[in-house]
Design a protein around this ligand. Structure first.
Ligand SMILES: [Mn+2]
Length: 303
């Protein structure tokens, strides 16, 4: 953790589900706050500022202006606000904790981190059941939450790709826990130069080895790492409260181990926790798990 010593964190809420076809992820930040995320981070010795929520338009009644990237203009506006807030947090030496909300918000959070460190490079660790590598040309759903990783590599709707300057090289991106891709997206994944670790590889080699390798990828020649954690990376047995659940995911302990090891890398400067969908959750289990994961990301250990 880059700001390990001064132990300050900023919570930034992004109550948007505009990037996903299923409703409910807009309630994610509220469920995480109601699960006492602030107090639980303070228990670790952090000074926590809650920056509140970015402004998100009411979904009902919004016109559909793009049939290949639904609500793209509104999402671009949300991501712009997220980038600004993340930049403010970093300048104040707070670790930005961006709470979603669907995964399209990462276009803003990664941009915010990248702009802060520019011209120095940043690395990105993307933990997700999906690759999020679609573009308006390949998408089967028009859901922008399936596109952010392509946008961050400069491919996709120009309203999303346009933004401040930052240096993110595909060779510094590690995609972990991926297990379902659309056919065109699979082709992008194989050819875009990122390092991907499928669930198959995790099963075979073990997560600890993979995390060491992923941290190597994200730190090579970079100044800092941003971690973007999609709760659907975890098996729906442990994390049912997501919009697009896929069987065969990370176990409870694997999810914690990944973040514990990232914390120990001493390089993480920002964290997204996305895709919590309280409408799909069971007795708030996934929100509570989300809060615990934030604690592991910020240095909580068993002993
Ligand atoms: Mn995702």
């Amino acid at each position: 953790m880059l700001y390990r010593d001064n132990k300050r964190a900023a919570v930034i809420g992004v109550p948007s589900d505009l990037g996903v076809g299923i409703r409910g992820a807009d309630m994610g930040p509220a469920a995480l706050r109601a699960s006492e995320i602030k107090r639980k981070i303070e228990c670790l010795g952090y000074d926590v500022s809650d920056y509140g929520n970015v402004d998100v338009p009411i979904r009902e009644g919004l016109p559909i202006t793009s049939t290949h990237a639904r609500y793209v203009e509104e999402i671009a506006g949300i991501c712009q606000q997220v980038a600004v807030q993340v930049g403010q947090a970093l300048r104040a030496e707070h670790v930005p904790l961006v709470l979603g909300g669907d995964h399209s918000l990462a276009i803003g959070s990664v941009r915010g981190v990248g702009e802060f460190f520019h011209p120095r490079k940043i690395g990105l660790v993307w933990i997700d059941a999906h690759a999020d590598l679609n573009t308006p040309a390949t998408t089967e759903t028009a859901n922008v939450h399936g596109m952010p990783l392509s946008v961050l590599m400069g491919e996709g709707d120009p309203r999303l790709v346009a933004g401040g300057e930052f240096c993110l090289d595909p060779s510094n991106i590690a995609l972990i826990a991926v297990r379902t891709l659309d056919p065109e997206e699979a082709r992008i994944c194989l050819n875009c130069g990122i390092r991907y670790f499928t669930m198959r590889e995790i099963d075979e080699r073990g997560l600890a080895k993979i995390m060491r390798e992923a941290i190597g990828v994200a730190t090579k020649g970079t100044e800092a790492i941003h971690v973007s954690f999609d709760l659907d990376a975890i098996d729906p047995l442990h994390a049912p409260g997501v919009s697009t659940a896929v069987m065969g995911g990370l176990t409870y302990r694997e999810a914690h181990l990944a973040l514990e090891m990232l914390y120990e890398s001493d390089k993480v400067c920002g964290f997204d926790l996305v895709e919590l969908n309280p409408m799909r959750d069971v007795a708030n289990r996934t929100a509570q798990l989300g809060v615990e994961l934030v604690q592991s990301m910020l240095g909580k250990t068993i002993l």
